[in-house]
Design a binder for this molecule. Sequence first.
Ligand SMILES: Cc1cc2nc3c(=O)[nH]c(=O)nc-3n(C[C@H](O)[C@H](O)[C@H](O)COP(=O)(O)OP(=O)(O)OC[C@H]3O[C@@H](n4cnc5c(N)ncnc54)[C@H](O)[C@@H]3O)c2cc1C
Length: 614
Amino acid sequence: MRYYDAIVIGAGHAGVEAALALSRLGNQTLIVTLSEKSVSHMACNPNVGGTGKGHLVREVDALGGQMGLNADSSLLQIKMLNKNKGAAVWSLRGQTDKDVYHENMLSTLRAAKNLEILEGECEDILVEGGKAVGAVVSGEKIGAKAVVLCTGVYLSSRTITGEEIHEAGPYGFENAKNLSAALLEKGLPLRRFKTGTPARVYADSIDYSVMEKEDGDYDIGCFSFMTEGKLLEQTPCYLTYTNEETHRIIRENIHRAPLYNGTIHGVGPRYCPSIEDKIMRFADKERHQIFIEPEVKDGELMYVQGMSSSLPKDVQEKMYRSVKGLENVRFARYAYAIEYDCIDPLALSPSLEVKAIENLFSAGQFNGSSGYEEAAAQGLMAGINAARKIRSLPPVILGRDEAYIGVLIDDLVTKGTNEPYRMMTARAEYRLSLRQDNADKRLTPLGREIGLVSDERWKKFCDRKAKKEAITEAFKEKVPLAKVAELFRSKGETASVGMTIEEMLKRSFITASDILPFLPESLRDPDLAAECQIDVKYGGYLLKEKAHREEMRKMEEKKLPVDMDYLAMQNLRIEARQKLDKIRPITLGQASRISGVSPADIAVLVTHLVKTNK
Ligand SMILES: Cc1cc2nc3c(=O)[nH]c(=O)nc-3n(C[C@H](O)[C@H](O)[C@H](O)COP(=O)(O)OP(=O)(O)OC[C@H]3O[C@@H](n4cnc5c(N)ncnc54)[C@H](O)[C@@H]3O)c2cc1C
């Protein structure tokens, strides 16, 4: 039998991060995939990032993960979303060439030290004495000290377009036929989720002249803190809308929609609904946005964002062709829904280790999330923690006040989810502190400590940090009245005293570019100055957030004994007893976030801990 330190099952967005983290941390790693074609395959949108998701990409990058670099190497367009709102919710979104994205990640895997790729189907996990000791791949038993499950949307999956149902993975790829049964036999709680994707249509069958052109932003950076410069050549997307005729076609054929006629049993993502779901749930809306996005550079296919569906092909043709600019559209691939098995994430500990089977970790869509970025973030953490388990080191668990990654994992393993979970800025209670621009400041020192941040990245981080500190220091310099008055006058305002740059920046009408001339020449970096000014403008709110974070930290530091007999605690309400026993939180903070555990229950817990001297 051959042995590895770790086996990662799946080479999607979660699996590649897990495998790269493990191998970069010096572990002999095997990554198993049903097919190399599925390596970092973008089964849905050909884009990376988006609201809240852009934060995850930057955090993965700051910790030394691969997604940001890979996205930058395949960008067709980049945008900063929500620029008209506060800095907390600004999020990067990049349109990528999905073929280049896949090929570059595959090359990275092939070039990685300590990493082997194996095509085959994992049929079972080897477990001895409650610990994972390997996997069975296409009939071969392979030994390992840790196993990471990243099976995505492939477990016993089936694709559905109207009455047409195929036992298959996305894009017609092979699915995984045997692993679900093996996991169920080991007592893992599996359930069925569903997601969907729109049609891919021929680019030359679209009339772009009647659509709105959507250009990218040329004045912003890319995802990775390592990528220099800006994306100067960008490919446009296009915007059009559904209309009353589209809605009529859908309503008239709703009895043929698998979502509504009982064919689909899996639960779909509320925040990424199909077009038939949108029409039925938001009946009063007159139109819905449809974005036409390139799948690859100068390619023949376009992705029709907003028209995800599982309606039959003939209905899809009618409804797509009712949209302005799509009257003569030709289909390359029809829209479809996919159902798949995944685990109830309440079965996982915050390190992403399966509670019932030691040394078995899991990440990505298998954990009940949806999205490439959510998958990559979990994959990275599962890889890090599997590597630490192998070396008997304590796990790295990011707090909700440290990273969106912390929010994502805490939500999944503490609250669970009844639908494919996706990240949103609204889920983060400390979003003013957890901005995409400061992900490196928050996480790169930790990535260095873990061992994933290279010397080159570390040097770049230290230089950037030093420069930002110098700019922040320079903000304290006083500017004479004459110059302040001149600047204020140009904005239609008046000034009667000289003031520091910081004081000027606190005025809503003063921007970072206005104060650049007052900085020493060596510090006139418009991007860094723009980042530094955010901390000034939101200074008061940030202080309040900090005070709240410190309060919550105290709860997080209070560890709960692993052997606590919650069921025997008569003073707790029955629901709280059962939930605490099922989830077994590791801190008082985590216990307080479990739905069904009230502040009164926490008070009972605290009293019990004090009484029993724990
Ligand atoms: C139709 C469709 C629509 C989607 N829509 C959206 C959307 O609108 N928004 C969004 O954010 N996300 C969407 N997604 C989800 C997105 O594709 C996933 O979130 C993301 O790919 C998950 O990454 P992952 O690494 O967990 O799994 P995947 O990317 O699914 O990768 C799984 C990997 O595991 C391998 N594998 C599985 N089982 C085995 C086995 N037994 N043995 C060996 N290898 C195995 C596969 O070969 C593959 O390499 C959609 C996906 C699909 C298929």
